[in-house]
Design a binder for this molecule. Structure first.
Ligand code: NAP
Length: 295
């Protein structure tokens, strides 16, 4: 078996971000439009703070306008809904991102449903979810779209491939399955109640692991020559008290079996933010009826 190729998400994300920056500069020069991203953070969860900060930084670096709105952990659902409605009506805002998870007193699905679907850069609004499954061209969730771009860059056409998606969450597994179906793959979605997961996985030409269990996917689960996208981000405690990140795939075991695999970190992760910037730029063009840049 030939050496397993590493799919470099960091490099792919840098290329995409540079294209977005060029397209944003052109949009500004030609139409005086600067796409605006509003990020809403409720409470002070440290991981969420880091995510929101890095999304804002990446937006500014790409020439987009970024505004952060913070509400205390005690904020009511009505307060958050009022903020979302205000952002819906703000002409300078093209994308609204409400960082999840939300505190327990707030129903996330009601908040997501309140976002203007045209500004739903996370692609979680039920209207966008439905239109994605109907085969429409919508704002698509960022992590699944990043996976798709990495697959296209690695394989070219995905048509006819047997794709297995491990995980059925609304933010990764299900939208990625919809995207792969649109690419004319034969798609299987597996989950915690699936029987004989290893046999299901072994059928896959394209294997996606989006489960959140470090090393669940063993080398023997991978069909020789398959392309493996590891979405999992798991923090593993080391004996020295430090921690490291690991994916859902037993990475060392995949070597020499898979044709190509994304590393963790440095695979899917960097693509997620790049795709958020892409969605904001696309939303800005669509809302104004302007031609969308080819990214
Ligand atoms: P999630 O909402 O917890 O969903 C996990 C899915 O995996 C569920 O469908 C669950 O099945 C399934 N599952 C759990 N244990 C399983 C097992 N032992 N065997 C088979 N299926 C199992 O997680 P998520 O939000 O989709 O995230 C998945 C992973 O991706 C996490 O590690 C997360 O940190 C990572 N992630 C990375 C990025 C990125 O930017 N790279 C973005 C988002 C998420 P049931 O439905 O039956 O419970």
């Amino acid at each position: 078996m030939a050496e397993t190729r590493l799919i470099d998400g960091k490099a792919a994300a840098a290329t995409l971000r540079a294209r977005i920056a060029a397209a944003a500069a052109e949009l500004k020069a030609q139409h005086g439009v600067v796409p605006g991203l509003a990020a809403v953070l409720v409470g002070d969860d440290p991981a969420s703070q880091v995510y929101v900060r890095s999304k804002a930084k990446a937006s500014r670096e790409a020439g987009l306008a970024s505004v952060e709105h913070r509400l205390p952990a005690s904020a009511s659902e009505n307060e958050l809904l009022a903020l979302v409605r205000r952002l819906n009506g703000d002409a300078m805002v093209d994308g609204i991102l409400v960082q999840l998870p939300l505190p327990p007193q707030i129903a996330g699905e009601r908040v997501i449903a309140a976002i203007d679907p045209a500004k739903d850069v996370d692609g979680f609004h039920p209207e966008n979810v439905g239109r994605l499954w109907s085969g429409g061209d919508v704002l698509v969730p960022c992590t699944p779209y990043g996976c798709l771009l990495l697959l296209r860059a690695t394989l070219g056409s995905l048509e006819g491939g047997d794709a297995v998606v491990l995980g059925r969450s609304n933010i990764v597994g299900k939208p990625l399955a919809a995207l792969l179906l649109k690419e004319n793959c034969t798609v299987t979605i597996a989950h915690s109640r699936s029987r004989d997961l290893s046999a299901i996985a072994r059928r896959a030409d394209i294997l996606i692991a989006a489960v959140g269990r470090a090393g669940l996917v063993r080398g023997a689960w991978i069909k020789p020559g398959a392309t493996v996208i590891d979405v999992g981000i798991n923090r593993i405690a080391e004996p020295d008290g430090k921690s490291r990140l690991a994916g859902d795939v037993a990475f060392a075991e995949a070597q020499g079996v898979a044709a190509a695999i994304t590393p963790v970190p440095g695979g899917v992760g960097p693509m997620t933010i790049a795709c958020l910037l892409r969605n904001t730029l696309i939303a800005a063009c669509r809302r104004r009826g302007l031609a969308e840049p080819a990214l």
